[in-house]
Structure formats: C-alpha cells, structure tokens
Design a protein around this ligand. Structure first.
Ligand code: ADP
Length: 453
C-alpha cells in the first residue's frame, strides 16, 4: 500500500479511557460513511476498531487513532486506521482477543512506523463511492473536524439500531430459507407423485405383458395340438391310401402282362396311364407318410460314427442314372479325410439324395455338384446347381409343405421333399439353408455337428 503520509489525516483522536472506546467506534463509523463505505462495511470497521481499541487500552493504556484515505497498489482507495500505542506493546506484538475481528476488515496487523509498532487496519472503498479527490478529502477533513463526538449513550443507541438491523437481516434470511424449504418440499412431492405415476404405468404395462404371454402360451398350445392332429390325420390317411394304390398298380401290371388277354393299343396306353398315375400317387402317399412320421417325432435317428466317403460313393452311383440330360453333369467330390461324423447314415443319405435329385430335376444346362467341407466342429455338405435359381422372397416358402415355385420349374413332384429334408436335418442336430438368385443357380447347405446332436 502506498504510504500517503504526506497527506494530512482525515481525523485523529486519542484513546485513553474506557469512554473513548465508544467515541472511537462512533467516529470510525462516521469516517467510514464519509469516504463512501457501505452500511455493512461501516459497521464492520467500527466494530473491529472498538475491539482493537479495547485490547490496546487494556494492554498498554491507550493509543492515538489516525484515520487516513490512501491509494492502494490495486489503484483503489482504502480507508486506513492506525492505532499508535502510547507505550510499547508486550513483545512488540498485537493479537486481537477475538480471532473473528480480523475477518471484519480487509487487513489487520502491525507495521513499524519510525520507532513505533503500530496496529493498522484497512478496508477498501467501493468503486461506486464518490471519487476522493484532494478537494473532496479537504472537505471531509473540515466536516469531520466540526462534528463533535457524541456521548457513550448515543453510541450505545446507534449500536442498538445496528443490532436490530442485523437481526432483521437474519430474520429475512431465515424467511427466505423457509420459502426455499417449502419450495423444496413441493418439488419433492412432485417428484414422488411422478415416481408413483411411473410405477403405476410400469405395473400396468407389466400386467399387459403377462396377459399377452399367457395368451401366447395358450395359442402355442393350440397350435401344437393342431399340428399334432394334422400329422395324425396325414399318417392315417396315407396309410389307408397305400393299400388301394398298391392294388391299382398291381392290377395295372396284371392287365398289361403278356400272359393276360392281349389289349388293343388304345387299351394298353390307358392301362399305362393308370399305372403311372398310381405310381405318382404312391410316391405322394409315401412322402406324406414320411413327413407325418418325422413331424410326430416318431423317427428316432440311429446314431453312429459314419464315414461320408461311402455315402458319397453310393449317391454318385445311384444318382448317375437320374442325370440323363445331355448338357448336365453330376459331380460328387471326394470328401476331405478324415470324413467322419456322428449321425444317422440312412437319414443323411435321404436328405442328400433329395437335394441332388432336385438339382438334377430343375437344371437344364451345366452341373449339379455335391461337396463336403469341414470346419472345427461342423461339416458343411453343399449341393449346388446351375439351374434356374429361386427368388429370395421364396427361400422360406419352398420349405413349406406342398409349396412349389410357380412357372417353368414346376416339373412334377409333390412339394414335400424340402420340408421333409429340413425336418430330418433338424432331427440330426443341424440346419438346412439356401442361397439362390434367379439365373444364378441354387446352393443348398446342410450343416451338421461333427459330434452329433
Ligand atoms: P418337389 O421337388 O417335389 O416339388 P420340394 O419340396 O423338393 O418339392 O421342392 C419345392 C419346390 O422348390 C420345387 O417345386 C421347386 O419349385 C423348388 N426347388 C427345389 N429345389 C430347387 C432347385 N435346385 N432349383 C430350383 N428350384 C428348386
């Protein structure tokens, strides 16, 4: 802080007796008000001053009190009060009796001025205060010099007023706190209400979900029952049909036999028609029976360690007879060894025969290929062809019973082969998937676990 000692002090007074403490306090407040400190700050510096004055009076019997307005290094004006003790302070030190005093002002401590150790405190004048020009300071000096110090009673009254104001402030703060508390409670109630509402909605939703699940369970049970009765119906009907159809075929064969009476050409043609229709019917009946059996879970796979190579060899032999189209080649690749897995040899043979048969049936040019690849725990048995291909939107439909892709590929058949094949693969613990696009051929992949289901 720049020492502005050359400036005459704003006010100077002596502290010698108890009564002077009141005067110092009162004058302190006046000076603070005069330089522009706010009301609170006036009370603070006056209180600090009276505390320090009391301490010094007791310790050394008094002091000279000097009020000064000084320019601080921060470019702001401070009100500075020096208390110059009338006798050296014990140990040349000053500690306020109450530690809280130091907090009332911006700075409080001792400084050496000449040979004296002086207690000095200061408080910053707010920027909003009127500028303290030399002329203004001169006016203040005159004004303060004129004001006679009041009595101890006056100061006591003033102090009382200040106390009341402070109490008022505390009360208003408490009122504010009460309002805040109420608002908080209100908010809490709101949050609780919201929480309750959310809980209720959640419960409601839960109840809905539970009801939905119950309905779903019921529907599944109905569906299962319907599916079972369908399988039973199919099995019974097919079984009942098989005998008469076989009989028709036998009778047809008899009629066409050389040992029987000769038939006219027309009759022979019609008997052959009856026979081939009966053969188609028998195929259908047999396939229906197979499917019904697979669906009702009456097929028990005969698990065994199976070698793919003989299965592939057999397919190569038996299916070659079906590959009668001149422009179509059947390629059965040799599986990589060791080509073993745990499965049912007969069922797997049926599946692969069915897929290769389909390939040969629908492919007019190019090839039908069967190959096997193995990953760690699975075999992929892949049947690919260069046939017409199947649009992606029908990839799942062709696995439905009786479904056949409309158009050119509808060349006989029952539409039961693929659903049956998929059933069998599922029974063997695997999957049957299709990749195909019209014009790009079809690839059916059977994936089976090496270790069986
Ligand atoms: P089916 O062959 O007796 O008609 P599937 O269940 O085996 O019955 O096949 C269903 C339908 O899927 C066939 O009618 C055919 O439209 C289509 N399909 C099956 N395999 C192929 C294939 N390799 N290429 C083209 N279409 C096929």
């Amino acid at each position: 802080m720049t020492d502005t000692a050359d400036r005459p002090p704003l006010l100077q007074m002596a502290l010698r007796v108890e009564h002077d403490i009141f005067v110092v306090r009162q004058r302190g407040r006046e000076v603070a008000a005069a330089v522009g400190l706010e009301h609170q700050d006036q009370v603070r510096i006056a209180t600090a001053l009276s505390e320090v004055a009391r301490d010094l009076l007791r310790a050394v019997g008094g002091a000279d009190v000097v009020f000064q307005a000084v320019d601080a290094p921060d470019g702001r004006c401070h009100l500075r009060v020096d208390l110059v003790p009338v006798a050296p302070m014990p140990a040349d030190r000053y500690e306020p009796q109450s530690g809280a005093v130091a907090r009332l002002v911006d700075s409080l401590g001792t400084v050496r001025v000449g040979r004296d150790t002086v207690v000095r405190m200061s408080r910053r004048v707010p920027v909003t205060a009127r500028a303290l020009t030399p002329e203004r300071l001169a006016d203040l000096r005159t004004e303060l010099g004129r004001n006679a110090p009041g009595s101890a009673l006056d100061e006591l009254a003033a102090q009382n007023e200040q106390l009341i104001a402070a109490l008022d402030e505390v009360r208003s703060q408490r009122d504010e706190l009460v309002v805040l508390n109420e608002e908080l409670q209100e908010t809490n109630r709101g949050v609780l209400a919201l929480y309750g509402q959310l809980s209720e909605e959640l419960e409601e939703t839960n109840r809905g979900v539970v009801a939905l699940y119950a309905e779903l369970d019921e529907k599944s049970a109905q569906l299962r029952a319907a599916s079972e009765s369908k399988s039973r119906f199919l099995a019974n009907v097919s079984h009942e049909l098989r005998a008469p159809v076989t009989a028709i075929m036998g009778l047809g064969r008899l009629l066409a036999d050389d040992a029987s009476d000769p038939l006219t050409d027309e009759q022979a043609r019609q008997v052959e028609l009856i026979r081939s229709s009966a053969a188609d019917l028998l195929t259908l009946v047999n396939e229906l029976l197979d499917l019904a059996k697979a669906e009702s879970g009456r097929i028990e796979p005969d698990w065994a360690e199976v070698d793919l190579r003989p299965i592939f060899g057999q397919l190569r032999g038996t299916l070659r007879a079906l590959a009668t189209r001149p422009g179509v080649e059947l390629v059965v690749e040799e599986p990589p060894s060791p080509a073993t897995l745990r499965t049912d040899e007969v069922l797997l043979g049926q599946v692969l025969r069915n897929l290769v048969h389909n390939g040969l049936k629908f492919t007019e040019r190019g090839e039908v290929r069967l190959r096997a690849t193995r990953s760690d725990a699975h075999w992929s048995l892949v049947v690919s062809d260069t046939g017409p291909g199947i649009p992606p939107e029908l990839h799942e439909r062709i696995f439905e019973e009786f479904y056949q892709v409309p158009g050119a590929t509808r060349v006989g058949g029952t539409g039961l082969g693929l659903p049956y094949a998929r059933r069998l693969v599922t029974l063997l613990g695997g999957t049957l998937e299709l990749a195909s696009e019209p014009g790009r051929g079809s690839t059916f992949t059977v994936t089976l676990p090496v270790a069986g289901a």
